[in-house]
Design a protein around this ligand. Structure first.
Ligand SMILES: [Zn+2]
Length: 496
């Protein structure tokens, strides 16, 4: 097809243009038949969002994705580009990508009339057929649909309602392609009316002048579900023209969430250091997001984006990189404690409810991390006896560690704690794992016991025995604990 250069050649080739929704439908049918991946890189939507999306496309619907932030809505819409033909013929230079076989605008119709079969043809790649706009209250009808230029009209001796005086907005420029409006409810009512008129009647009024524009576009939208369903946010006739409402969601399982984060986070620091991220670190990072989404102190309506674990993991890796560089270690292995270094990423990713405001964003984030560590630790160490280690601390031991402590140092200091190394081996280490991995596993055990309130941690002392209040709680959970050794040692050291 790309060998075709003139209208005459195009006509003789038997090429038939299709409306864009038909074209996308046809290409989707081919992919469904051949079993090709429909939306590569979209994880965890196979049973929920994608089937609905497929049905909407098969039905040639305009549709809207309803979901909270960070649910891959924009990414899905951009993925629709892969369902377009690789390229389509257009009249060269036409701003609305006119079909040479059926041009809309007066200029192109005039060219076809004059040049006939000699009219040159250009081929438009599919990437250039996707137009996206984030709706904000200040978006005008001129931005979206266009404006008329009285000076141009006067100079050319044209009537104002003549389309040649028109300065096209984004929607006409998306002609024969996909027009995506993100956050539709933020679009002013009169622009929604304009969109509806274009869809329904193929015309629009600009400054009171009717302009005829029989555009061919697939209209797709995104919105926060609450904004969308709020009365008066979307004009009824436009809502009525949106064929399908599809709900997106956050990853349903930690497994899916980890796969998304692994795909999106920049953790490959090749050229500087090798990076090895233990599974339990990935799990805790993900669990922070799950805990945040369930936390009463965090605003549910704005949601907690998948970008939280993604940017957190990047900072966690950077903190490990910083430590490895300072200590001259060849491999950067993140530790659970590195997640605290990612607070700058976490605190900006959620909106707080009143109760959360009282506690403060940083403290809320610290609570989330600790609770996430506890959940993952409990899963990994289910049924494992941790008493030996806890008793060592209860007898007055303390273990000062920092996030720049080298792997060698950390392991050497941990040797004094009876049973700690053996526990660490149960965190899923390979036999003969290198020192930074062992150090990370030890750190995980210590943070896990801290999260379970079996030991405490402070800036000055590092890890030490839990104070008495949480220990009474711990005793209730573990009635078999040996009580004779514990209490005196722990009490004493606090007043030393
Ligand atoms: Zn044209």
């Amino acid at each position: 097809m790309a060998a075709i250069h003139t209208l005459g050649e195009l006509r003789r080739s038997g090429y038939r243009s299709r409306p864009v929704k038909q074209e996308i439908r046809d290409n989707l049918v081919c992919k469904l038949r051949s079993g090709d991946a429909l939306f590569p890189g979209i994880i965890g939507y196979d049973e929920t969002v994608i089937p609905q999306l497929v049905n909407a496309v098969l039905s040639r619907h305009n549709f809207i994705l309803l979901g909270l932030r960070g649910q891959a809505k924009s990414r899905i819409l951009r993925g629709l580009v892969n369902l377009l033909d690789e390229r389509i013929p257009v009249v060269p230079g036409c701003e609305i990508h006119d079909d040479p076989l059926a041009p809309l605008c007066a200029a192109c119709r005039a060219r076809v009339a004059v040049e006939g079969d000699e009219l040159p043809i250009a081929w438009l790649p599919r990437e250039d057929r996707f137009v996206e706009k984030l709706a904000t209250p200040d978006v005008t009808i001129a931005d979206i649909v266009g404006d008329i230029d009285p000076i141009k009209a006067a100079q050319a001796g044209l009537n104002l309602s003549d389309e040649l005086t028109m300065h096209y907005g984004l929607l006409p420029r998306a002609n024969r392609g996909i027009f995506a409006v993100n956050e539709l409810p933020d679009l002013a009512g009169k622009i929604q009316v304009g969109l509806f008129n274009i869809l329904q009647e193929g015309d629009v009024q600009i400054k009171g002048y009717p302009i005829r524009l029989k555009l061919d576009v697939l209209l797709v939208f995104t919105a926060n579900p609450e904004d969308y369903t709020a009365r008066g946010k979307i004009i009824t006739p436009l809502k009525d023209r949106i064929g399908s409402e599809i709900r997106t969601h956050y990853p349903a399982t930690r497994h899916n969430a980890m796969a998304i984060t692994k795909q999106e986070a920049w953790t490959d620091r090749t050229g500087v250091l090798e990076v090895e991220i233990p599974a339990f670190v990935r799990e805790v990072v993900e669990e922070v997001a799950f805990q945040a989404r369930a936390d009463r102190k965090i605003d549910k309506r704005s949601g907690v984006s998948q970008r939280l674990p993604i940017t957190t993991l990047e900072l966690v890796v950077s903190n490990a990189e910083r430590r490895a560089l300072a200590n001259g270690e060849p491999v950067a292995v993140p530790r659970v404690t590195d997640i605290y270094a990612a607070l700058p990423s976490i605190t900006g990713k959620f909106e707080l409810e009143y109760e959360g405001e009282l506690r403060g964003a940083e403290q809320v984030a610290r609570d989330l991390i600790r609770s996430a560590v506890g959940t993952v630790f409990t899963g990994v160490f289910d049924g494992v006896d941790t008493r030996t280690v806890v008793e060592w601390f209860d007898l007055g031991g303390s273990l000062p560690l920092g996030d720049t402590t080298s792997a060698g140092d950390l392991i050497a200091r941990a040797k004094h704690v009876q049973g700690l190394r053996e526990l660490a081996d149960r965190a899923g280490l390979e036999p003969a794992a290198p020192a930074p991995l062992v150090a990370s596993a030890i750190d995980f055990v210590l943070e896990g016991l801290y999260a379970q309130k079996k030991i405490s941690r402070s800036e000055e002392r590092g890890y030490s025995a839990a104070d008495s209040t949480p220990r009474r709680a711990a005793r209730r959970e573990e009635p078999t604990m040996d009580e004779e050794i514990r209490i005196p040692g722990a009490k004493k050291k606090y007043y030393n």
